[in-house]
Design a protein around this ligand. Sequence first.
Ligand SMILES: [Fe+2]
Length: 242
Amino acid sequence: MATIGFEEKERVAGEAFRRLSGTVDEFEGYGHPHASRVARLSEALAASFRLSPADRSTLVVAALLHDLGEMSMNRDYIKGAGPLSGAERLDLARHPIIGEQEAARAGAERGAQLLVRWHHEWWNGSGYPDALRGEQIPLEARILRVADAYAALTDARPFRAAGTEAEARKHLTLWAGLEFDPQVVRAFLALEGLPELRSYAREAPAQADAPSEPATTGGMQEDSTGRSPTVREGGEEVRNDE
Ligand SMILES: [Fe+2]
């Protein structure tokens, strides 16, 4: 009786994760593929850091599934164009934990599940859900944060136009040491020639301001994949650097 080899199993699983990532993009209403782009950018960074083939493959699976939790939560506000209320922001902050559980249900290995859990952790410790800091955050999750942010910033969302490549690069530089691991940002800025680096701003010139600075409010920050450049709290703009 014929048995399926390890490589064949990997290939079949990889295809299933790719299909699932397309379903998540569709749910989000993205005009362009997001998860597969994050996966390609993450893979390029994994090569820069000379990660082992096993770690690269774990990272790619996590990149494909990183926002699976959002689809599972299926909240109307996720696709909306307006700013999130405090309660919505808190609710949305559960998506990495729900994503971890959903990744397990989808058959992703434990390492990939944990990277999904930690894809919104910040280098300076103010991310979520576990407020890990610096090298407490696995390198693969730090890579995922930068790749996810760049892909989001250079694509349009209902609440803002796509930023240019230069704007997104500047954003990464500004937030290195805060949201992003500076070493990962340095490696990212050295990448060249990848089609996934191209901004969609060329298709529809950005009319909004440059990709914005994340804001902090009520103990829960919006990061680079969030929708609001500034969040008003008591009538005042609240920013990270205040
Ligand atoms: Fe996310």
